[in-house]
Design a protein around this ligand. Sequence first.
Ligand SMILES: Nc1ncnc2c1ncn2[C@@H]1O[C@H](COP(=O)(O)OP(=O)(O)OP(=O)(O)O)[C@@H](O)[C@H]1O
Ligand SMILES: [Mg+2]
Length: 288
Amino acid sequence: MLSAPRLSSTRPQRRKRLVRYNARFLAPIQTAEFALAAQEVPLSEFILIPPVDEAQEFIEIANDFANPLDLVREAISNAFDAHATDIRLAFDVETVAGEATFVIRLTDNGDGMNRIGLQSFFGLGNSTRRTDRTTIGEKGHGTKVYFNAKKLVAETQRDGIRLIAILDAPFSKLHDRKIPEVLVREEPCETAATGTTITIYGYNNNRRDRFTHGRLKDHVLWFTKFGSIERQFGLETLLGVKLHLKGLDRDEFEILDFGHQFPSESKMSMRFLISTSYRHRITTVAAS
Ligand SMILES: Nc1ncnc2c1ncn2[C@@H]1O[C@H](COP(=O)(O)OP(=O)(O)OP(=O)(O)O)[C@@H](O)[C@H]1O
Ligand SMILES: [Mg+2]
């Protein structure tokens, strides 16, 4: 119940204003409360389950990138999380069903996926990395960027089993408010090799102008784990990891070594920066 501002001990001008305030705002509220009480309207409780528009959520996450090249960052992060030492990213235009189609192939020699991994790969908010503090992934959102395509195929093997999963027309089905179904074939594989190849047909409505070799290489070295500067700080665990990259305007792969590539003049300043910040740390610690 609202209490009215008190009138006593107020100056006449303010008192007049309060009277007007009471008449205008409090009186109607009190009247409404009396009316409610008089009718004895029963109050009820109910459980509200917040609804989720699943198809829309998939669409939002699939579109959740500032730059279409961010797909490369997701692929590289997932390959590192799967302990890959060899990553291959190829961008081509191929004729598929008589149509010039932008085709992306992302291959790694990481751990591969079993059925549970594949479920997370296609599911939203499912991550097999959530409990592992050493991985980059945690949300189960990354691969959903691949859904912005005409077709998505994931081929993966581990533990002597090969899984081939095909998702047809994911984006148009989501826009029709349908959660697309994944067709999975399971077969034994002879080799003990593990790894994953993801093929994305018609990514981002076939818009491919940005996927030139130079731009891709810059993106890899500036915005992904592969361009990490950790080597400058003496962390050498990922030293041997190689990335084979082929943008749309190239026929051959370029092989990149792990770590950001500094031009020689920046290497000098980087070394200077690291040594001075190190010296500064030592002097600060010694002084404290
Ligand atoms: N290249 C890969 N090799 C093996 N497993 C993979 C690969 N890519 C994805 N996965 C599996 O698919 C799951 C979902 O991947 P996704 O990128 O959507 O989420 P995440 O990496 O767990 O988290 P985040 O959204 O933070 O990237 C992963 O948790 C992993 O189990
Ligand atoms: Mg990920």
